[in-house]
Design a binder for this molecule. Sequence first.
Ligand code: MG
Length: 167
Amino acid sequence: MINKKVEQAINEQIKHELYSSYLYLAMANYFESIHLPGFAHWMKVQSEEERGHAMKFIEHLNDRGGRVVLQALDQPPADFGEPLKAFEQVQAHEQKVTALIHALYDIAVQESDKPSQTLLQWFIDEQVEEEKNADLIVNQLKMIAGHPSGLLMLDRALAARGGNEED
Ligand code: MG
């Protein structure tokens, strides 16, 4: 049976992961509207991945006799500005999620919840990847600033992102 404090904190994190999925779906639709289908595709894959993160936490609570209580999600923005501005928002969002995962890990340690610590180790590693991916695209967008042909090339590259990754 999972500890109540950890259960509550994981329920909060499920909300954050589902909001991430919602935010990236909003960004996908924004990129469709500004004629960058490769960026939109990348965001759709990212949105699915975030839903997968929520499901990992949901399964963890259910496997351990916890209770999943889904919470209300905030409405995401509809407009995100220039592609660089949008990806700076991705970067900031992922930094925030990293801090939330680290705080959740600290709670699991305080409560001596070893299975949750193991699960959260995966998320700690995953956040390193998420921040790395966001940082790379932000830096590439800065590199091609003022060059539409560069933006179109990056759009083609992002269109190639695979959608069947386990995480
Ligand atoms: Mg996530």
